[in-house]
Design a protein around this ligand. Structure first.
Ligand code: PGA
Length: 251
């Protein structure tokens, strides 16, 4: 049985004061012990969140890492090994905002995935189609190609220590959520793609849904057989709303 996971992606939000407030709100949430919960603050706030949530069941992740795992001469970047040293346990790779706004290619995403794992971090690989791609009937093809880019270079076994997040780009921050059936179709296709190489591994990998997840929509989404939790953006900035989403993932 896969343990559900809910991850909060804070994106480029927060000040020291608002982050402190959010930490306090999170610490008050009752979350069932059978759900893994992680938050992904901006890199600037990682240390504050790690110390603020110390002793809680919240894991802390980063939103990105450098293509090289070790520290070195790469201005402006943060290495996965440095994130590990700061007590991050996870890192998002290939978020659509980085793919589209910052031009991250599948090759870059794959290097970041490898850098994360070699530093002991669990990568959360984000995949998803744009609205134009969905309307052109290319959803499964696009998502399969994003997944293949990693599998072809690193092998399918790397997914034993990774999480996948399916995030349709048209649903991110737009208030439009994929219907549970639309999401389930893509999640099932992702799992089938992994199963073609390793049925056992496919059964174990957690696949999260992301894209305007709210407390009101979470339970129905998480109730689908191949949806193992959520990657939550906007709603994760409100501790009570995020807590409610986490509770929806529990039994
Ligand atoms: P959203 O963001 O929940 O605000 O749509 C999700 C994400 O981008 O991870």
């Amino acid at each position: 049985m896969r343990r559900p996971m809910v991850a909060g992606n804070w994106k480029m939000h927060g000040t020291r004061a608002s982050v402190a407030e959010l930490i306090n709100g999170l610490a008050q949430q009752q979350i069932s012990a059978d759900v893994d919960v992680a938050v992904f603050p901006s890199t600037l706030h990682v240390l504050q969140v790690v110390s603020g949530l110390a002793g809680s069941d919240f894991a802390v992740g980063a939103q990105d890492c450098a293509i090289d795992p070790q520290q070195g001469a790469l201005t402006g970047e943060v290495a996965a090994s440095q994130l590990h040293d700061a007590h991050c346990s996870l890192v998002l790779v290939g978020h659509s905002e980085r793919r589209s706004v910052l031009g991250e290619t599948d090759q870059v995403v794959t290097r970041k995935f490898a850098a994360a794992q070699s530093s002991g971090l669990t990568p959360v690989l984000c995949v998803g189609e744009t609205l134009a791609q969905r309307e052109a009937g290319q959803t499964l093809e696009v998502v399969a190609a994003q997944l293949s880019a990693v599998i072809d270079v690193l092998g399918v076994e790397v997914f034993a220590q990774a999480v996948i997040a399916y995030e349709p780009v048209w649903a991110i921050g737009t208030g439009l959520t994929a219907s549970p059936e639309q999401a389930q179709d893509v999640h099932a296709a992702i799992r089938a793609q992994l199963a073609a190489k390793s049925p056992e591994l496919a059964g174990q990998v957690r696949i999260l849904y992301g894209g305007s997840v709210k407390a009101a929509s979470a339970a129905e989404l998480f109730g689908m057989p191949d949806i193992d939790g959520g990657l939550v953006g906007g709603a994760s900035l409100n501790a009570d709303e995020f807590g409610a989403i986490c509770r929806a993932a529990g039994s």
